[in-house]
Design a binder for this molecule. Structure first.
Ligand SMILES: [Zn+2]
Length: 276
């Protein structure tokens, strides 16, 4: 979900279903909205010479979309062998149980309530399917259960809602926490600086080919919003709603409820650091 899809100055690329890297193919779900941008990106990931694939974020409970994902995998000569979730928001995870039924796969996620099958998923694990290697990276902040998946062979990282292809994301207070989110962005920056990651495969919006630039932009954006919120409080705006109306005046009003959650997360962070 995005809290600022309409941020001025943001490029508006288009999202199309199809291959994004040598190993990752996007199947765009038909659920566009202000919060989901073009819709949810459902990722089919596999080694080029393997007939086994991993699907990351089946998306909403939309039978047509879920069957389409299976069909696209089949057209690629692949059988879906495992389903992974970046986090539990319904636009990513609601269709997971039905998708698992269609494919006979297990579902692995950080949140035990989302799992189907015996195996969980935790930071630092390496998931291997048909020679494909995905490294699990903890990226809490958008939600407490948010994970990213590092695909080293393609120099790519699948970020779910932690980094979007357009605009910026929300910190879904109280489950999502700003301190965690900033740590997660720094973790992703280190992947781009130290581990050769150059491509972001986001949960919504277009693929980003300058991963480090995207992370730096997100860190700068968060610092800027935080300073704006701090100043707003110093100027007497006390409630989260007042701060939103003041600080997020440039953002479409349909996104204000999401912005309010981000503001609550920012107020909690500022209070926790004795800054307000
Ligand atoms: Zn989300």
């Amino acid at each position: 979900m995005s809290d600022a899809a309409a941020l001025p100055g943001q490029p508006r690329g288009t999202v199309v279903s199809g291959p994004a890297t040598a190993r990752a193919v996007n199947v765009l779900a038909p659920n566009p909205s202000a919060m989901t941008l073009d819709g949810t990106n459902t990722w089919i990931v596999s080694e080029p010479d393997s007939d086994l694939a991993v699907v990351i974020d089946p998306g909403p409970l939309d039978d047509g979309h879920l069957r389409h994902v299976v069909d696209i995998a089949a057209e690629l000569g692949k059988r879906v062998a495992l389903t992974l979730l970046t986090h539990g928001h319904p636009d990513h995870a609601e269709g997971a149980a039905r998708f698992a039924e269609l494919t006979g796969t297990h579902v692995r996620a950080l949140d035990p309530a989302l799992r189907l099958g015996d195996e969980g998923l935790s930071a630092g694990q390496v998931v291997t399917v048909g020679g494909l290697e995905l490294r699990v990276v903890a990226t809490p902040g958008h939600t407490s259960d948010s994970l990213s998946f590092h695909l080293p062979a393609d120099g790519a990282v699948l970020t779910g809602d932690t980094i979007l292809g357009r605009g910026t994301t929300m910190v879904a207070h109280p489950d999502g926490r700003l301190g965690d989110y900033l740590d997660s962005l720094r973790r992703l920056r280190s992947l781009t600086v130290d581990d050769g990651v150059h491509t972001v495969l986001p949960g919504h919006g277009p693929v980003l080919e300058d991963a480090q630039g995207a992370v730096e932009f997100y860190l700068a954006h968060r610092a800027s919003r935080l300073a704006q919120v701090e100043t707003a409080v110093e100027n007497g705006y006390t409630t989260a709603q007042e701060v939103v109306a003041h600080v997020y005046a440039d953002v479409d009003r349909s996104l204000w409820p999401a912005a309010e959650l981000s503001v609550r997360a920012q107020l909690e962070y500022l209070r926790g650091h004795d800054l307000i």
